[in-house]
Unconditional design. Structure first.
Length: 202
C-alpha cells in the first residue's frame, strides 16, 4: 500500500515522449509568495487505514516548486510548478521542465481538457465539475472545488514503470489547493487520498 500511496502522490507531485503545448498560465508568476506555492505552505494528507502524511513547499524559484513529502517516517522530494493561474507537473515527462502538463487551471470551465502524449498514447485531464456554491467538506469548512478527471491508457509509463492507475479524479480549490484524489487501479481497486488541513489560505 505504501507504493500505492506514493504512486498517487507522484502523479499529484508539485513533480513520453512528445512535448505538450505550453499553457500560457505557466508563465504567470508575478510573486511566488502570493501563490499556493509559497515556501512553508503545507498540506496534511490522509488515506483511510494508513499513516498520515504531509507535503511541505521547501523552495520556489519563479513558480518551480520543490516539496518534501513525509510518509511513514521517510521523506521524498516532489517537483512541479504553481502559478497564479494553476498547478502543473512533470510526471509524464520524467521531470523535463520543458514539457509541463496542466493539472488544473483555476479559471477553467467544465469541458476544458489538457492532453499529454506518452509515446503513441495520450493521457487526458478533463474538467468534469466546477462548483457554483460550497458543496465539498474541507475539514469543518464547506468549499467550492474544480474536479479534474485524469484518464490513463493501459501501460503508460511513470518513472520507468506502468502506471498502477487507469483513472484519477482530482479535486482542487483556488485557496486551499489540493483537496482530494480518488485513484482507480487497473484491478478496479479504489484509493482515496485527501487533505483536511493546510496553511495555504492563511
Amino acid at each position: 500500500m505504501k507504493k500505492l500511496i506514493y504512486s498517487l502522490l507522484t502523479l499529484f507531485s508539485l513533480a513520453i515522449l512528445f512535448s505538450c503545448e505550453k499553457d500560457p498560465g505557466m508563465e504567470n508568476v508575478s510573486d511566488p509568495d502570493k501563490t499556493l506555492g509559497k515556501v512553508g505552505n503545507y498540506w496534511n494528507l490522509k488515506s483511510t487505514g494508513y499513516p498520515n502524511s504531509k507535503i511541505t513547499i521547501e523552495s520556489n524559484s519563479n513558480g518551480v516548486v520543490i516539496g518534501s513529502y513525509t510518509f511513514n517516517g521517510k521523506t521524498y522530494t516532489l517537483e512541479g510548478k504553481i502559478t497564479e493561474d494553476g498547478i502543473y507537473d512533470y510526471v509524464y515527462s520524467n521531470g523535463d521542465k520543458n514539457k509541463p502538463f496542466t493539472m488544473v487551471r483555476f479559471d477553467a470551465k467544465v469541458g476544458d481538457k489538457w492532453e499529454f502524449k506518452v509515446g503513441n498514447q495520450t493521457v487526458v485531464r478533463k474538467v468534469v465539475h466546477k462548483s457554483t456554491e460550497d458543496d465539498t467538506f474541507y475539514g469543518w469548512l464547506m468549499i467550492k472545488t474544480i474536479d479534474v478527471e485524469e484518464t490513463i491508457p493501459s501501460g503508460v509509463q511513470v518513472k520507468g514503470a506502468a502506471s498502477p492507475f487507469t483513472k484519477i479524479l482530482w479535486k482542487f480549490n483556488h485557496k486551499f489547493g489540493f483537496v482530494m484524489a480518488t485513484g482507480t487501479k487497473t484491478n478496479g481497486t479504489v484509493v482515496n487520498l485527501y487533505s483536511d488541513e493546510t496553511n495555504a489560505a492563511d
